[in-house]
Design a protein around this ligand. Structure first.
Ligand code: FE2
Length: 361
């Protein structure tokens, strides 16, 4: 690594902190990996002139180590480097969850089309060509930073949704991991039902968050052993409405809200809160209803012991066409034949359901 002119006992960051604290904290950091000393110096100078914090290394192996230890906002990798070339570093970074979305700009020699093709295959975000124009370099860095900021905002939304689902489970420890398991089943059913990508995502979110409205229900009702009084049942039956209201301010609320609101509707029209019937009920809600019921049946509840897999299947069949969409029940039974339920499963669909709907993996 090169450090330029500064007192030997002070890091570059510390030097900058002393000069201008705000600038250091706000400016994005860029890791430059380039074995040619002159090009490295030019890259560094152009980036620093624009206010970026720059760390640089002269080989691929050091680039990988540095990026994993101190993830930068953008990585600028030369393709031809000793120890590990830029393509190998890119491939290694894409395999790690923490750097899977890192903007990687590869530095290629002019006219090397095969480098660009290999770079895209390896997972590079962008290219600059040597000899480079500083204005183009800076424009590409800005573009990649904007894209990665947008992606991380999207990820934040998903984190909020997972946190909401966790809040529901925390409120009722007896149903711990229920939402994640329901998401797992629901995504499987959505795939079998042939839903498209957007619908499958909606089902994933709807399944994880189907009971989010229970946040608004008193714990004394939620965890009451034995039967609820009529008044308690009315209060409990408000949870789909409360859930849809909680999600309404979110952009995703438009597609997920109707699933959450309708997850206790019945195929025969006898459900709540709107008494929808048959295909009036969103398909996502019909799927979540079956997945929710099956998972609830094979686990203990305050008011009853768990059923065996066989008993739970029989229950689904006896409610086929009355409570549940008959086609969804059939899909669930065939899914269970393919991969039997694990009642002790923790179901990492908690997060997987939100991030990687089945079928898009
Ligand atoms: Fe519910």
């Amino acid at each position: 690594m090169t450090y330029g002119d500064r007192p030997a006992n002070l890091s570059r960051e510390e030097t900058r902190v002393r000069g201008n604290v705000r600038r250091t904290i706000d400016q994005p950091s860029i890791l430059v990996a380039e074995d040619d000393i002159a090009t490295r110096a030019l890259l560094r100078a152009a980036l620093e002139r624009d206010g970026y914090r720059v760390r640089d290394v002269d080989n691929g192996a050091d680039a990988l180590t540095e990026i994993v230890r101190f993830p930068p906002d953008v990585a600028l990798l030369d393709i031809g480097m000793p120890s590990m070339d830029g393509l190998d570093v890119t491939r290694a970074l894409r395999k790690r969850p923490s750097t899977a979305l890192l903007p990687i700009i590869l530095v290629t020699a002019r006219g090397r089309l095969e480098d660009k093709v290999a770079g895209l295959d390896a997972g590079a975000s962008d290219f600059i060509t040597k000899p480079f124009e500083p204005a183009e370099l800076l424009a590409r860095v800005r573009t990649n930073l904007r894209l990665s900021a947008a992606l991380s905002r999207l990820e934040n939304t998903q984190d909020v949704l997972v946190a909401l689902a966790n809040a529901v489970d925390a409120k009722d420890p007896l149903t711990e991991h229920h939402c994640g398991r329901v998401a797992d089943w629901a995504l499987l059913l959505a795939g079998l039902a042939g839903l498209d990508q957007e619908e499958r995502e909606a089902v994933g979110y709807g399944a994880v968050l189907h009971d989010v409205g229970k946040i608004g229900i008193a714990e004394s009702v939620l965890t009451k052993p034995g039967r609820l009084t009529d008044e308690e049942r009315v209060r409990m039956q408000r949870h789909p409405i409360i859930g849809a209201e909680i999600l309404q301010p979110l952009r995703l609320g438009r597609i997920v809200g109707p699933i959450v609101r309708a997850h206790h509707e019945r195929w025969d029209g006898g459900g709540y809160p709107d008494g929808l019937r048959g295909e009036e009920i969103p398909i996502g809600a019909r799927i979540v209803a079956v997945a929710d019921a099956y998972d609830a049946m094979i686990h203990d509840r305050p008011y009853r012991a768990s059923l065996s897999d066989e008993e739970a299947r029989a229950e689904l069949v006896s409610n086929r066409g009355t409570q549940f969409d008959p086609e969804v029940v059939d899909l669930m039974l065939s899914a269970l034949d393919e991969s039997p339920a694990d009642p002790d499963g923790v179901a990492d669909a908690y997060t997987r359901g939100l991030r990687l709907p089945r079928g898009s993996e």
